[in-house]
Design a protein around this ligand. Structure first.
Ligand SMILES: Nc1ncnc2c1ncn2[C@@H]1O[C@H](COP(=O)(O)OP(=O)(O)O)[C@@H](O)[C@H]1O
Ligand SMILES: [Mg+2]
Length: 243
């Protein structure tokens, strides 16, 4: 469950905090930022799958994705911040350009500057549980003391990739698994060769994957195909493919 979504300095979104409901419909004129909300959510999901820096590069690099508003409104160097409040924990990530100029061909790669996980919705010193600053990650233990669990995270690596582990960092694992369960069904194929139209080995799955390749597996549980009826159409008629 996504209780709060926060986006800062992502394209046209200067500062957005939304409490999504179970079903949300985003409307607005062209160019008002509807897709930007969706893209920001995908970026957040890419963090848990180890791909946020690559995704930003594919979007044209962080310099084109950072909010490009008037310089007078910028009090500090602009950083891209994404965060959410889930069931129990909240998570936020801060990405920016490297501070020092470099000769490397990857000098335009964004860096993960900080990440944190806290309990509940309000970030306060008392609720902070896991904190990453540059390459270092520390975790607050039950007695309240901080333990450094990692000192050499790469700038392109999220702490969710490296330290999610039930013993060392249960909160990180919980958050990572929660994000990994998010599904995005915006680019599934509907052509004749689409995975959604292929017969699949029928194993149980609670959610459709993003290619909708598991659609038939799910349908099979409820279809009349065993009784000789054709497979149900995977999509409503307006998606019908001409063969
Ligand atoms: N880096 C940026 N800084 C500020 N605005 C941006 C940036 N990149 C794109 N935009 C703006 O985002 C808007 C497009 O948003 P989009 O979410 O695609 O709109 P739509 O509501 O049509 O889906 C455009 O107005 C564009 O100028
Ligand atoms: Mg759009």
């Amino acid at each position: 469950m996504l209780n709060i979504l926060a986006i800062s300095n992502y394209r046209s979104l200067r500062n957005l905090i939304v409490p999504p409901g179970a079903l949300n419909l985003i409307t607005g004129p062209n160019g008002s930022g509807k897709s930007n909300v969706y893209r920001a959510l995908r970026l957040l999901a890419d963090t848990a799958n180890g791909g946020v820096v690559g995704s930003l590069a594919r979007e044209g690099g962080i310099s084109s994705t950072l909010w490009a508003g008037p310089a007078t409104q910028r009090k500090e160097p602009v950083a891209l911040r994404l965060g959410f409040h889930g069931n129990e924990f909240s998570y936020a990530i801060d990405l920016g350009l490297p501070k020092l100029p470099s000769e490397s061909v990857f000098s335009l790669d964004p860096e993960i500057k900080s990440e944190c996980i806290w309990h509940g919705a309000q970030l306060r010193p008392a609720t902070l549980l896991v904190e990453r600053r540059n390459g270092m990650v520390r975790i607050r233990r039950d007695g309240g003391e901080w333990e450094v669990v990692e000192s050499h995270l790469q700038p392109f690596e999220s702490m969710m990739e490296r330290i999610a582990d039930p013993q060392r960092a249960a909160e990180v694992l919980s958050l990572r698994d929660q994000i990994r369960s998010w599904r995005f069904y915006d680019h599934f194929r509907t052509d004749a060769e689409s995975p959604a139209r292929q017969l699949q080995i029928g194993t149980y799955t609670p959610v459709l994957d993003t290619t909708v390749g598991t659609w038939r597996r799910r349908c099979k549980r409820f279809s009349r195909s065993e009784m000789g009826a054709p497979w149900p159409r995977p999509f409503p008629m307006r998606f019908r493919v001409q063969r």
